[in-house]
Design a protein around this ligand. Structure first.
Ligand code: MG
Length: 327
């Protein structure tokens, strides 16, 4: 029944919520025989606690009449709390209430299917299969959407944030600065003479050099810093709550992460350096202004001989060149 062994746990766990002992035992026995992994609740409150817990079963057989919380309440609460990012819970209402009005009421409360007691085991089994198909389909949709979301926000080659996403992160940081007033920094980092790498070793090696450079840069950043690809071999780094004193050490760590040892690829030792334009923000500014200042700091680092960082402190709307750090 499950589509593959790895999906088995996810798709074959079933919650039976049933207060009647005989009925519960019968369901339990049948479902075990059919290979389901069964979780049992003997009243509505217990069922609700299981459904609110970590990784609950996604298939639910729910009795309508139960003490503490009835099946209808559970169904409504389940739909009210549902979130489109979470796997779907497929609910089969199992009850003696068999009138058309009651079936409509059950379905309107959010049940996906409805079986009246006494039930035919064969019918229950095929309806469970239908539920498994829905759950599987929905979980595939979530996975596909997550993959698309990742692709839309990440750079294809280096897998760091893409330009749009890192700009959004920077915009959020500017918003945070406005609210909290704590300084933060950005770095525009550019690999020196990268074109030479592509020209000498070819693009596949160039791509691998880019990826390795990113690994080293990321290894020198803190977990809450963000890095995105700004252009070909240019990266924008956003460093929250980082002032002009703290950023010196970080910039130096980044610079030496690359220049400290060659990148070894396909028998070649490639020596690479990078130039950094660093801006620390102390006053309200716009995204464009920030990028312009970082760009001009980077330009200055390049023209002073590369493999170095140039620092700016942005205060009262104007940039003050603070100092230059050389190799
Ligand atoms: Mg009951």
């Amino acid at each position: 029944m499950p589509s593959s062994p790895t999906d088995q746990d996810f798709y074959s766990r079933v919650l039976i919520a049933e207060d009647d002992l005989t009925s519960r035992r019968l369901l339990h026995t049948l479902l075990m025989k059919w290979g389901f992994d069964v979780v049992v609740a003997s009243d509505g409150r217990e069922a609700w606690e299981i459904l609110q817990g970590d990784d609950p079963p996604r298939l639910v057989i729910l009795d309508w009449m139960m003490p503490e919380k009835d099946g209808l309440e559970i169904c409504r609460a389940l739909r009210e709390h549902s979130n489109e990012d979470e796997p779907y819970s497929y609910v089969i209402m199992l009850t003696t209430k068999a009138s058309i009005d009651e079936i409509v009421m059950g379905m309107e409360a959010g049940a996906d299917d409805y079986i009246t007691k006494p039930f035919s085991p064969h019918e229950l089994r095929v309806r469970l299969r239908a539920g498994m198909r829905i759950i599987e389909l929905q979980s595939r949709l979530i996975a596909a959407r997550e993959a698309m979301r990742f692709e839309a926000t990440h750079d294809f080659l280096t897998r760091v944030w893409n330009r749009l996403a890192i700009f959004e992160i920077l915009q959020n940081e500017l918003g945070r600065f406005q609210r909290e007033g704590r300084p933060f920094s950005i770095i525009l980092a550019d690999l020196d003479h990268f074109k030479k790498v592509n020209d000498t070793y070819g693009h596949p090696v160039g791509d691998e050099v880019l990826r390795e450079s990113i690994r080293r840069i990321k290894g020198s950043l803190r977990s809450y810093d963000s890095i995105g690809r700004y252009g070909g071999e240019e990266f924008l780094i956003v460093l929250p709550e980082t002032d002009e004193k703290e950023i010196i050490g970080i910039a130096e760590r980044l610079r030496t992460a690359l220049s400290g040892r060659p990148i070894h690829i396909l028998g070649n030792d490639i020596h690479l350096t990078m130039s950094l334009g660093v801006v620390t923000v102390h006053s309200q500014s716009g995204l464009d202004q920030l990028i312009t200042e970082a760009d001009s700091a980077l330009y200055s680092a390049k023209h002073s001989g590369r493999d170095r960082a140039e620092f700016m402190v942005l205060q009262c709307g104007s940039a003050h060149q603070a100092w230059r750090m050389q190799q």
